[in-house]
Write a protein that binds this ligand. Sequence first.
Ligand SMILES: Cc1cc2nc3c(=O)[nH]c(=O)nc-3n(C[C@H](O)[C@H](O)[C@H](O)COP(=O)(O)O)c2cc1C
Length: 352
Amino acid sequence: MHLLPLKFGSVEIDFPVLLAPMAGYTDAAMRTLCLEQGAGAVYTELASSEGLSRDGGKTFSEVLDLPWNEHPIAAHIFGADPHRMAEAARMIEQDGRFDWIDLNCGCPVKKVVSRGAGAALLKDLPLMGRIIETVRSAVSLPVSVKTRIGFNRDTADHLEIAHVVEQSGADLIAVHARLAKDFHGGDPDWETLGEMKRALSIPVIGNGGVVSAADAQRMVQVSGVDGVMIGRGAIGNPWIFEEIRQGRQDAGDTVVPPASCRLSKWRDLMAEHLRRLVELNEFKQKASPVRVKRYTPEEAACIQFRTHIPYYVKGMFDKKQLLMKLSSLISVDLIMAEVDILVEKNEVYRAD
Ligand SMILES: Cc1cc2nc3c(=O)[nH]c(=O)nc-3n(C[C@H](O)[C@H](O)[C@H](O)COP(=O)(O)O)c2cc1C
């Protein structure tokens, strides 16, 4: 697929197909796997600027601590107070491990919007502009904005949003091509995304509805965006980045794991994901040893991995048995034993 390397400020992304931030999924385990499978860059999970600037390091160590070397990586933050956002951005810059800072201006969940942050900023563009400007002047790292094509049909339109983001000094914009009122549902509007791209001179990353290499290509053709961001299409399917890099058109739209992927490779990647989750939980528990832990690192990892398993097994024959047992799978051995049974069944099925 024809995508040029992207450069903004000090950041260079050689292949601009990015992993979207997804709370509860895109922790360091998933991010490092996606980087290794070809993602051009990753974003952290969402961190509160209020938490970062007030709680003495708790939010930082819970959301932004990086146990492994990950690059390029954006620290993804939200808030409604320009000065708190700037303070959080300064902390991130001082930490020294992040390549750029991303400001969330599109999250529609109640916990965020009720604080006047995330998608609520789409109803108050002057405040959104002040946040971008204040953060921009507080740090020398590049600053990006992740936003939507609008809140609803009655609020500011996509071109007003584009204008405010660029005029306030953002170095890059990532646009989820749906209205905030629609959350993650309905068809993405790539034509509107294209209108934003044509109105802007900063790089534009398109997001929404890409679940295959063919989709990525269509999004770029329709909208002309400089890069593509993938959310749900990468859950349980880190291969998607490699497939887009290779421009594979034969991988099908929804088959996961792709027919081209050997089942042993698929099984090993799942095992590796789980292993990293265990290591990540060990790292986190060591970082805050005083708090009483309800689960061992292995148990915590297995519980977190349960949310990924249905995506990994999506295209598998006879996955029902594994899915029914999910809530009892509390150790790595138990999970992998079930996965191995599934692999065996599918080897027979594929061979038929
Ligand atoms: C479980 C989940 C959590 C998400 N969390 C965030 C978040 O913290 N910040 C954000 O900007 N977007 C978040 N998103 C939105 C995604 O980044 C992305 O914009 C959206 O899923 C559309 O892309 P897709 O169609 O490729 O999934 C989340 C989406 C999902 C499904």
